[in-house]
Design a binder for this molecule. Sequence first.
Ligand SMILES: Cc1cc2nc3c(=O)[nH]c(=O)nc-3n(C[C@H](O)[C@H](O)[C@H](O)COP(=O)(O)OP(=O)(O)OC[C@H]3O[C@@H](n4cnc5c(N)ncnc54)[C@H](O)[C@@H]3O)c2cc1C
Ligand code: FES
Length: 347
Amino acid sequence: MKITVRTKHQNYTVACNEGERILYAALRSGAPLPYECATGTCGTCKARARPGDVRSHWQSAPGSSYLKPERGEFLMCQSTAHADCEILVPGKPAAEVAGGLLPEYLKGALCDLRMLTHDVAAFDVKLDGTMAFRAGQFVAVRTAGLEGYRAYSMVNHDERTDRLSFVVKRLPGGGFSNWLFDGSPQNQPLEVFGPLGRATYDPSEGKDILCIAGGSGIAGIMSILAHSTRAGHFEQHRGRVFFGVRGMRDVFFHEELSDFVTRAGGNLEVTIALSDEEVPASAQSDYPRLGFATGMVHLVTSERMSDQYGDAVAFVAGPPPMVDGTLRVLIVEGRLPASSIRYDKFG
Ligand SMILES: Cc1cc2nc3c(=O)[nH]c(=O)nc-3n(C[C@H](O)[C@H](O)[C@H](O)COP(=O)(O)OP(=O)(O)OC[C@H]3O[C@@H](n4cnc5c(N)ncnc54)[C@H](O)[C@@H]3O)c2cc1C
Ligand code: FES
């Protein structure tokens, strides 16, 4: 099918397969259309079509609350077309990801599933092909029998790889969570569409980095730390990481984070913020290269950063309230410009 996409600045002709999400077809053909979550929650990908031209596959998607159905509005990430049609995209086209990496569909199988805490698991996807991605990006994942796609950020980073690593926090009753934690997912096939997302790290920017994560939001930050460490970033620039969890039993990646601190030779600080408990006396002796604090992660960031933001680039990922609280701190207290703040809301 041929979809003509009209935006304020440019028109695109997009070839869309039967049953393919319109947003995915547009992105893989290089049209830089607006989106954030790519999975139905944020409402950023809204567009307009004539009645009957497109079909939504998830009427009750949280992102639908931003739509005016009487004006023919729909979410491009949740809708397919039946025939050639024309759509109007009111949102501002997004800046293209540097390097022009276009997303594509790849098949793979889940492997190496392991529990990191009582409710966080890690796993890898061994791809049938290879994928190039920027540190901080995510993919949309689909498994047989599950409606729709789920977004997961890569933990690892290589310029091109046939293996993607992920961490997933269990959501009681969640479709993917049930499949991962209660099913038998080992070696099961998966489809991924990616790479997606613009909260990316670019070593050539040559600036200090400030990373703030809530829970599984640390995934993309690990990818950024892997790339920045490999690129020699900390030989010239500083890094600060604030990782928020409820209590000590929820902390994971302590060994990997400690290793990044060692390799940065004094230019990387990692602080674990415990929102629901006091820091136990044993924390510092058990993990001498990490710092610990009590409090919500955005408040700990505010207190510790004080007037030290400089012209850092900030990366934020985690649950929406945590991201919103952190963005307020970065804008109001840190006075960072929008171009220096990159974030993913996990919900
Ligand atoms: C950019 C981004 C990156 C993320 N990275 C991570 C990460 O690294 N680790 C992590 O743990 N979580 C991450 N998340 C959250 C993750 O995508 C899931 O929302 C979460 O794991 C819960 O999934 P679930 O299937 O268990 O729960 P569910 O409640 O079943 O589903 C949650 C999400 O799945 C989609 N969905 C649900 N039902 C449908 C349907 N009928 N049709 C279409 N779509 C549907 C929606 O996006 C919904 O919000 C990320 C989210 C975003 C937006
Ligand atoms: S990009 Fe479609 S709702 Fe978020």
